[in-house]
Design a protein around this ligand. Structure first.
Ligand code: NDP
Length: 449
């Protein structure tokens, strides 16, 4: 519960204005709770209505996306773009294509993105978009028609200096390519309006790897500074088997861990010998198949139906890299009982508030998403820089910048928590460090009458 009357009032306003939007309310509550000491120390925030403003998106665009499927039938989906906050730079955030997408999900992601983007130290504001379109089981042509229709409306609202979308769940290189092609056709300009592009038309080396690699750089620094430990010799469990999960597996393995389990939305595979990542890449990146097939191809591996069972596997390090609220209190308790020492969030908001409290009360090192998965958007911002310069940096250059950014984010979050008397609480530290810069920029830019 909130101590400050001001925060109580702000949160009540958000509840009244966004009824039933549980993901959005969850994300707002977590941030506001962390800001208690900041609000107490800075009366200007209340005088200038900074919190009332920061919880309300600057602009929300909801639109119809109609397209024709392979049978010639008309399909209708809903498109979203929430331009949440542009205090420190153009709106930046991915496009999620998944049947679970709704206004609450896009708003929670857009809100989180404000603080995450600020933490990177790069000049990018917060936004997010998506659609309830389900890419699973669709042909390439159906995907193309959907992406073209989606971009036909979205193109009116974005631009290289206005709003720069990227990938997220269901939006990978193929979808970004179709969207970019349509944007170019409509506007007749070749600009860095999307990130996550293919390498032949302005994409950045290491962008594909960035979120998973960045997560491991963050967790490695956290282990080193807070426990004198590292990935070496540790057993890791990683949920998901998409972009973030695959490259988290690759880096965790390079740093000396053995990853024994991965999943998708149907179930998980357990391989006591360590997951053979080449097999996962073949199934997921090439064939677009299901993780179940791993157990059929690799001797000694087991497949289990259902996602949450993955958290019953004994491990030292847990990296949730699938979706929001995938670790609940019960799963968190099981992980703690099995001796987990660190949890690093690769997905956005994968742990429920009760799960986070369980980890923190048990002394488990906990890396919150908005800090630990910021490597993806940071590298997207590096892609924007390369596009503006009309230059391409080497993989090693981008990777070195990414590592440096992740290490800095860890220290900024750690120091902010310590400054406000919450040493070791990276959830609070990340929220505060991300917030301070945005709030300062909002104060400087005044209120529009
Ligand atoms: P992908 O679409 O590449 O992969 C998502 C993975 O999560 C798949 O294995 C998918 O399984 C699984 N998944 C999706 N929805 C659910 C669900 N409701 N229940 C269980 N499993 C599910 O997405 P990404 O790897 O890009 O994104 C994963 C997470 O990381 C998301 O939370 C995203 O917002 C976050 N993130 C991504 C960034 C990026 O750069 N890509 C940057 C920062 C955060 P299935 O194939 O069966 O759907």
């Amino acid at each position: 519960m909130f101590q400050s009357e001001y925060l109580k009032k702000v949160y009540a306003g958000v509840e009244a204005r966004n009824p039933g939007e549980k993901e959005f309310l969850q994300a707002v509550r977590e941030v506001l709770e962390s800001l208690e000491p900041v609000v107490a120390a800075n009366p200007k925030l209340q005088e200038q209505g900074v919190l009332e403003r920061i919880v309300e998106p600057e602009r929300q665009i909801f639109f119809r996306v109609s397209w024709v499927d392979d049978k010639g039938q008309v399909q209708v989906n809903r498109g979203y773009r929430v331009q949440f906050n542009s205090a420190i730079g153009p709106y930046k955030g991915g496009i999620r294509l998944h049947p679970s997408v709704n206004a609450s999900v896009i708003k929670f992601l857009g809100f989180e993105q404000i603080f995450k983007n600020s933490l990177t130290g790069l000049p990018i504001g917060g936004g997010k978009g998506g659609s309830d379109f389900d890419p699973k089981g669709k042909s390439d042509l159906e995907i193309m028609r959907f992406c073209q229709s989606f971009m036909t409306e979205l193109a009116k609202h974005i631009g290289a200096d206005t709003d720069v979308p990227a990938g997220d769940i269901g939006t990978g290189a193929r979808e970004i390519g179709y969207m970019y092609g349509q944007y170019k056709r409509l506007r007749n300009e070749f600009t860095g309006v999307l990130t996550g592009k293919g390498l032949t038309y302005g994409g950045s080396l290491a962008r594909k790897e960035a979120t998973g690699f960045g997560l491991c750089y963050f967790v490695d620094e956290m282990l080193r500074c807070m426990k004198g430990e590292s990935f070496k010799g540790k057993i890791a469990v990683i949920s998901g088997s998409g972009n973030v999960a695959i490259y988290a597996n690759q880096k965790a393995t390079e740093l000396g861990a053995k990853v024994v389990a991965m999943s998708d939305s149907n179930g998980y595979v357990y391989d006591p010998n360590g997951i053979d990542l080449a097999v996962v890449k073949q199934i997921k990146e090439v064939e677009r198949g299901r993780i179940k097939e791993y157990a059929a191809r690799v001797k000694g591996a087991e497949y289990h139906e259902g996602c949450s069972g993955i958290w019953t596997i004994k491990c030292d390090i847990a990296l949730p890299c699938a979706t929001q609220n995938e670790i609940n209190e019960e799963s968190a308790k099981t992980l703690v009982k099995n001796g987990v020492i660190a949890v690093g969030e690769g997905a956005n908001m994968p742990s429920t508030p009760e799960a986070i409290a369980t980890f923190q009360n048990a002394g488990v090192l906990f890396a919150p998403a908005k800090a630990s998965n910021a490597g993806g958007v940071a590298t997207s911002a590096l892609e924007m820089s390369q596009n503006s310069q009309r230059l391409s940096w080497t993989f090693e250059e981008v990777d070195a910048k990414l590592k440096n950014i992740m290490v800095n984010i860890f220290h900024n979050a750690y120091n902010a928590a310590e400054k406000y008397g919450m040493k070791g609480n990276l959830v609070a530290g990340a929220n505060i460090a991300g917030f301070e810069k945005v709030a300062d920029a909002m104060l400087a830019q005044g209120i529009a009458y």
